[in-house]
Ligand binder design. Structure first.
Ligand SMILES: O=C(O)CCC(=O)C(=O)O
Ligand SMILES: [Fe+2]
Length: 250
């Protein structure tokens, strides 16, 4: 029906979303003003490979057109987008996303598994395809409507960088960005905090490898205070797919 679409709200409070509560063991505790969790082996490598190859075959992949300084350019990263209700629409860089409403069976199964294991429901998934290391996503924060994002990585390992970058005038609700944290993460941790010096450090940049089969959850105020990116890595010759499950609130 024409006009029967709804747009996700940009400002969403914590009480309006279902947060992930069962990943405390995987929390990256040295990131102030963030609730970020990293599960290196959310699914095993063979399953990740099987999902990767199957999702490559989706017919919904496309390269969105973006307006940059008034010029239209085509993004190198392909995306595919699905929503659970036909009324959900979304803009991405100012352009309406080509949203599909019929989940392919495998994608529905993956979402069911993610929902079951995290104990929350999602109504949208955006897939990203990085065909090789020349394809990247620049430093950005997701819209503030994204209070819970769960992303599953498949295919080639890629570096993920998160940078503390609070918008001006915003106040941290939990710990202030200047808080000094004692110690750092254990050396066995797969992640590294770049600003770590001596026994205390202000962690403002975190860099780690997203392994195939891994899961990242960013929730709460993370988008308000941190940006994230997947930089170019020309040595990476293989492709990677990320599935970013989101809760859109209307
Ligand atoms: O590919 C990823 O893991 C990150 C994707 C991302 O940041 C996004 O879709 O907003
Ligand atoms: Fe993002």
């Amino acid at each position: 029906m024409v006009g029967a679409t709804k747009r996700a709200r940009q400002e969403v409070s914590d009480s309006e979303v279902e947060k992930v509560k069962n990943l405390e063991d995987f929390r990256l505790t040295d990131m102030p003003d963030a609730e970020v969790f990293y599960v290196p082996r959310f699914v095993d490598e063979a399953v990740a490979e099987e999902w990767y190859l199957a999702l490559l075959e989706l017919d919904s992949w496309y390269r969105p057109k973006l307006k940059v300084y008034g010029r239209e350019i085509t993004q190198s990263r392909k995306i595919a987008a699905y929503a659970t209700e036909p009324t959900i629409t979304l803009k991405y860089s100012g352009q309406l996303v080509d949203m599909k409403y019929e989940y392919p069976p495998l994608l529905r199964r993956i979402q069911d598994e993610v929902e079951e294991r995290l104990g929350v429901k999602f109504n949208h998934v955006m897939l990203n395809l990085y065909e090789d290391g020349s394809v990247y996503i620049g430093n950005h924060r997701d819209n503030l409507e994204n209070r819970v994002i769960a992303s599953v990585s498949l295919g080639a390992p890629r570096t993920f960088i998160m940078t503390h970058d609070a918008p001006k005038h915003s106040k941290a609700t939990s710990s202030p960005p200047t808080k000094r944290l004692r110690g750092s993460i254990p050396s066995s941790s797969p992640t590294s905090a770049e600003a770590t010096t001596g026994s205390t450090a202000t962690v403002h940049k975190k860099r780690w490898t997203l392994e195939p089969g891994s899961l990242v959850v960013m929730q709460g105020d993370t988008q308000k205070f941190w940006k994230h990116e997947i930089p170019k890595e020309f040595k990476v010759k293989d492709g990677r797919i990320s599935l970013t499950f989101r809760q859109l609130v209307f």
